[in-house]
Design a protein around this ligand. Structure first.
Ligand SMILES: C[S@@+](CC[C@H](N)C(=O)[O-])C[C@H]1O[C@@H](n2cnc3c(N)ncnc32)[C@H](O)[C@@H]1O
Length: 304
């Protein structure tokens, strides 16, 4: 006879615990909600009911995947980010809660910027940053670039899923190359990026969910974890319309990224924001502080 939901949950939690999953009971319930298409309240209310064979098999298959330490978001096929649901699978990094801070940090600048301003998310992954910005700031021209064709495919699927595909340009290419090719590099006003920032030597120390399952291209930031910051800031250095850059950084790389910014723009301004755990997480760079930019624009108008 098929087991009750309660017994299935207890067995799943045991399997997940033995596999080293951190919160086995909670995750067993989330997997049950997904497999059985039930809400939290329905799982509680139906725990003494017998689960039909096919649904039970579906649940077991999700539990086995999670027990192999596949990230929960891949097993569920989705993740929540800034209050919205996004599709999620092996093609791209699973979105992290700390990346919401990057979107929040960029939010005030994006809100105040002139309509039609070009904002670029470099390294789209699943597209959560670019698509959230496009959804929250419909007056912007949001672009996203991505070097991995597989990740780009997922970002485009998410653009369809969020019904913003007609309002964003998601393109394959390294850093700002797609914008240069479109002749738009000097129109870029804001750059936002969560680049790969794990030191190559640290990759083997990451937890199995990350090390075994997430794309290396999304993680490996080179020997010091700074390769992509160096390359991106070098590209940004020549952009005439650039106002602000927002970068997510690794737990101990904020200082090095700030130093790179000051090497690139000696009179530029930087700001570092901590995440909820108190870790320096977002670096904001204003290559040309606003007062100076406005003064120079004024001089340019007077001279013309
Ligand atoms: C840390 S993941 C971030 C993904 C997503 N933005 C997020 O926050 O969840 C970095 C992404 O940058 C992409 N990437 C790596 N090198 C790149 C490059 N040179 N140009 C554009 N994208 C790149 C990776 O493929 C990966 O999808």
């Amino acid at each position: 006879m098929s087991p009750t939901l309660q017994r299935m949950l207890a067995h799943a939690a045991q399997v997940l615990r033995e596999a080293g999953v951190d919160s086995p009971e909670v995750e067993a319930r989330w997997l049950a909600e997904e497999a059985l298409r039930l809400s939290h309240a329905e799982v509680l209310a139906q725990r003494d009911e017998v689960v039909p064979g096919p649904l039970s098999a579906q649940f077991q298959s999700l539990v086995q995947r999670r027990a192999a330490r596949e990230p929960l978001a891949y097993v569920l096929g989705h993740a929540d980010f800034c209050g919205r649901r996004f599709l999620c699978d092996r093609r791209a990094l699973a979105p992290r809660p700390e990346t919401e801070l990057l979107v929040e940090a960029a939010g005030a600048t994006c809100r105040d910027i002139e309509p039609g301003a070009v904002v670029v998310d470099v390294g789209l992954g699943s597209g959560v940053i670019a698509l959230t910005l496009a959804l929250e700031h419909p007056h912007l021209a949001v672009w996203g670039t991505e070097i991995s064709p597989a990740a780009l495919q997922l970002a485009r699927a998410n653009a369809d899923f969020q019904r913003v595909a007609d309002r964003v340009r998601l393109e394959e290419g390294s850093l700002l190359q797609p914008l240069r090719e479109a002749g738009l590099a000097d129109e870029v006003a804001v750059v936002v990026s969560n680049p790969p920032y794990v030191r190559s030597g640290d990759l083997k120390t990451l937890q199995p969910e990350v090390r075994k399952w997430e794309p290396r291209l999304a993680l490996d930031g080179g020997p010091e974890g700074l390769d992509l910051y160096r390359a991106l800031l070098a590209e940004c250095a020549g952009l005439r319309g650039l106002q602000t850059i927002f970068l997510e950084v690794g737990y101990d790389t904020a200082e090095a990224v700030v130093a790179l910014a000051h090497e690139t723009w000696p009179t530029g301004e930087t700001q570092v924001r901590p995440d909820l755990a108190g870790i320096s997480r977002v670096v904001t760079i204003c290559p040309q502080p606003v007062a100076r930019r406005e003064a120079e624009a004024h001089v340019a108008v007077e001279a013309s």
